[in-house]
Design a protein around this ligand. Sequence first.
Ligand code: FAD
Length: 395
Amino acid sequence: MEHVDALVLGGGAAGLFCGGRIAKRGRSVLVLDHAKKPAEKIRISGGGRCNFTNLETEPKCFLSENPHFAKSALARYTPWDFCALMAEHGLTWHEKTLGQLFCDQKSGAIIDMLIQELEGSGGELRLETAIQDVDHDADGFLVQTSAGPIRASSVIVATGGLSIPKIGATGFAYDIAKQFGHEVIEPRPALVPMTFTDAYKETFSNLSGVAIPVEARAETGPSFVENMLLTHRGLSGPSVLQVSSYWHGSEALTFDLMPGQSALAWLKEAKQATPKQALSQRLAEVLPARFATYFPSEAQLDPGMKLAGLSNQQIDHLAQLLKAWRLKPAGTEGWRTAEVTAGGVATDALSSRTMESKRQPGLFFIGECVDVTGWLGGYNFQWAWASAAAAADVA
Ligand SMILES: Cc1cc2nc3c(=O)[nH]c(=O)nc-3n(C[C@H](O)[C@H](O)[C@H](O)COP(=O)(O)OP(=O)(O)OC[C@H]3O[C@@H](n4cnc5c(N)ncnc54)[C@H](O)[C@@H]3O)c2cc1C
């Protein structure tokens, strides 16, 4: 029967990278994937240029039931370590915004690099192989696959989360985790557009495509100053994707439409300076014009009314709405479009140094299947690299 030192299940970002690093230690490694092509999420990421890391990576940029869990791995494998690997392979990058690094070459170049790292050190990638069963006995792991059984001393589960089933996402990691006695934190779509109720859809039907710079927040979690986008189905844009990860299914989201400014002082000043100006015209100085025409109706005001006609009470109310506009989404677009999966294999029974199971020695969980979820902006790939590196040192 075939025997390898380390068998990596899943040839995505974490699995390929982990396999390459294990192979470099001189161990025999086989990476299995059921898909026709490896690492499809790298290929489609960042608009084809893969936002492969973020220079501002810090533990606070990750969601987990245990916010301390990711610290050790992230500290030991940093964004600069991955940049150094890219440079060794002649790849270059640029910073777009907020520390987000994108590849100058196409995303496929990163996949090629990871495969070269694996195969150049004697590791093997085997595609279109279904994994049927994972067992452990006195001789180590016995994994049944569509290409026959394989024995392994270590098994590294890197099959990712549930987002985008169309390109091969499965809940396989959660099934294996449960089989070996691990708890799984209920997976939920994250970094995902939100949908409107029908009533909202009608109200906003003319505003589809409007992007508004906002500070967005869910009831829990940090706020994000970035654009929100009104779509024909609901809300999207970076700020909305960010807060979607903190949304738990019923609460309203809050948007500050004048981040960093006092709406009250601005409105009072406007009334005094240009009393004859129409309200919507003045609002268009801080909001997109189409939205500025709509927004007064949120405060039951006529967009064409003159600023002079605003009472103090109306100014207070409008200012409050501008600083904390609340919208209750109907739901999310779900797994079909979610960029990542929040929740996953609970961290309490994993070693934060090595990602090894405390229930079953030799079994590791890395990447997105673990209950560690990054913000938008390269953090999820950084977690894939860092957790893979942590496991590869010992697997
Ligand atoms: C559209 C999109 C864009 C993204 N853009 C970015 C970005 O720019 N920056 C960023 O940081 N993150 C981005 N992400 C998130 C990022 O892609 C993931 O967090 C990352 O790929 C997770 O790596 P992973 O190896 O854990 O899982 P994956 O990369 O999903 O790899 C899992 C692998 O396991 C295989 N697999 C699954 N189930 C089985 C099974 N039962 N048997 C065998 N094989 C199986 C899959 O085929 C896949 O190859 C994006 C995600 C999406 C969907």
